[in-house]
Design a protein around this ligand. Structure first.
Ligand SMILES: Nc1nc2c(c(=O)[nH]1)N[C@H]1C(S)=C(S)[C@@H](COP(=O)(O)O)O[C@H]1N2
Ligand SMILES: [Mo]
Length: 219
């Protein structure tokens, strides 16, 4: 998709505002923080759970849920909900950080660890990058190394309850060591690639990696 095309239904004003923030370097403190500092630079702590999306919150039921794993894999598969439940299920406790400045501590998640997904798909040697696609047309990208971290999850529960539609239910990606735009809600496809494939915000002025402690907001 060309950088200024937006998928149908997306709120153009909202996208333009966030693109302008990237151009202006909004919120940048110019300071990296050591990882042992719990709150990354320029962030403020919240106790509610803000909802951020492109103005579309697709309705995906467990019955219609499908997750496609493809690209450089020996075993391309499309998982349904029952299959997803048969994979290992694990709990995670972590902090999340959104580039629009809020951070939220101590989130309890449950879902499928990335290792189980990698075991199932069996990556070919050339796979180095990962591309994510969602039901609202959103995309984002990670290196395989960032995706494979043990704290990451394909999360279906938050605070002991099924993940709500607003927060990306029935299934979202969770990559808490990077800004939350890297954590795809309503995920429907995970592709393993030889080359980096910048996603929606990465093509609109946001950083390719997005490490909050390095303040990698824009790039
Ligand atoms: N499919 C999809 N995933 C998405 C987004 C989106 O618009 N669509 N927004 C991202 C951004 S910018 C953030 S901050 C988080 C917000 O997650 P939350 O709404 O659960 O707080 O989702 C990320 N994942
Ligand atoms: Mo965000």
């Amino acid at each position: 998709m060309a950088a200024n095309d937006t998928p149908p239904g997306i709120r153009k004003k909202l996208v333009e505002t966030k693109q302008a923030w990237a151009r202006e370097g909004r919120l940048l403190t110019g300071q990296a923080a050591p990882p042992e500092q719990r709150l990354p630079p320029g962030q403020r702590l919240v106790t509610d759970f803000p909802v951020l999306d492109l103005g579309i919150q697709p309705a995906v039921s467990r019955e219609t849920f499908r997750l496609k794993l493809d690209g450089l894999v020996e075993n391309p598969v499309t998982l349904d909900w029952a299959w997803l439940q048969e994979l290992p299920q694990e709990d995670r406790l972590n902090d999340i950080h959104c580039v629009t400045q809020w951070s939220r501590y101590d989130n309890h998640w449950r879902g499928v660890p990335v290792a189980a997904i990698l075991d199932l798909a069996r990556l070919k040697p050339g796979a180095r990058f990962v591309s994510f696609e969602a039901h609202d047309g959103y995309t984002t990208n990670l290196t395989l190394e960032d995706f494979a971290r043990p704290e990451n999850l394909l999360a279906h529960s938050w605070e002991g309850a099924p993940l709500t539609r607003q927060h990306g239910g029935p299934l979202r990606v969770l990559v808490p060591h990077l800004y939350l735009w890297k954590s795809t809600k309503w995920v429907r496809r995970i592709s393993f690639l030889a080359k980096n494939a910048p996603g929606f915000w990465e093509e609109r002025g946001y950083h390719d990696r997005g490490d909050p402690w390095m303040e990698e907001r824009y790039g």
